[in-house]
Write a protein of this length. Structure first.
Length: 202
C-alpha cells in the first residue's frame, strides 16, 4: 500500500515496503539518480519495524547489503559482456536497483514487473530520469501466470529474440518453486540471478 503525501509530494510506503529500503539505501544505492528517486519516498512507516528488527539482530542490514552488492555485481558482469542489455526484474516493487542499473548502463532497458503500483512507480521514476533516456519500463502482471507475463513484456517492448538477464531478488519467498520454474521456462532468459534463503538445519 502506498499513500501520496500532498504536502511534500513524496510517496509514503507501507512498513514492509519501506523496511528493505531503510536497510539498503545509504550504502547500496549511490548514484545521483537513485538518491533522487529515494528522496521521493517516505519510509517513515517502516522505521518502527526497522528498530524492532535491529533489536532482534543488529547485523541483519549486512545481509541485505551483501545481497544488493552481490546482485548488482552479477548484473554488471552480464551487461559488461553483452551487446543486448535487457534486464527483467520480477517483483521489483519500489526498489531502486533498476535506476541504479540504467545509471551505470545507459543503453540498458529494464523491465520491472509486479502485480501492483507499477504505474505509481513509473510516475516517480519519470521525475528523476530525462524523458529521452527513460529506459525503465514498468509492467503490472501476475507473476504466477507466466504466459501473461510474457505477453505483457512483449507488449511493452521486450524482444524475446534477444538475450535477457532475469532477476529474482527478495521474491522467492512469495512464489512457489513451480511458479518460478514455469516463469523461467516461459521467458527463457539467457541468464537468471536467483536469490533465496535456506532453512537452518539446527
Amino acid at each position: 500500500m502506498v499513500k501520496q503525501n500532498g504536502w511534500d509530494n513524496t510517496m509514503k510506503l507501507s512498513a514492509t515496503s519501506a523496511l528493505v529500503l531503510l536497510w539498503a539505501r545509504q550504502d547500496c544505492y549511490q548514484s545521483d539518480l537513485s538518491r533522487k528517486y529515494l528522496n521521493l519516498l517516505d519510509l517513515s512507516e517502516g522505521e518502527p519495524l526497522y528498530d524492532r528488527c535491529k533489536k532482534i539482530w543488529p547485523y541483519y542490514h549486512e545481509v541485505i547489503k551483501n545481497r544488493k552488492f552481490g546482485v548488482f555485481n552479477l548484473i554488471s558482469d552480464y551487461f559488461s559482456g553483452s551487446d543486448t542489455q535487457q534486464l527483467i526484474m520480477a517483483g521489483a516493487g519500489f526498489d531502486a536497483m533498476g535506476i541504479e542499473t540504467v545509471d551505470h548502463f545507459p543503453s540498458a532497458t529494464v523491465f520491472e514487473l509486479d502485480r501492483e503500483n507499477m504505474q505509481t512507480k513509473s510516475n516517480l521514476v519519470k521525475r528523476v530520469l530525462n524523458t529521452d533516456r527513460h529506459s525503465i519500463v514498468h509492467v503490472e502482471t501476475d507473476l504466477t501466470n507466466s504466459e501473461d507475463v510474457r505477453k505483457r513484456l512483449i507488449e511493452n517492448g521486450w524482444d524475446p529474440e534477444k538475450p535477457s538477464l532475469m532477476l529474482f531478488e527478495g521474491i522467492s519467498y512469495y512464489l512457489s518453486m513451480d511458479s518460478i520454474k514455469q516463469l523461467v521456462e516461459t521467458i527463457n532468459p539467457e541468464q537468471v540471478v536467483f536469490e533465496y534463503l535456506t532453512a537452518d538445519e539446527d
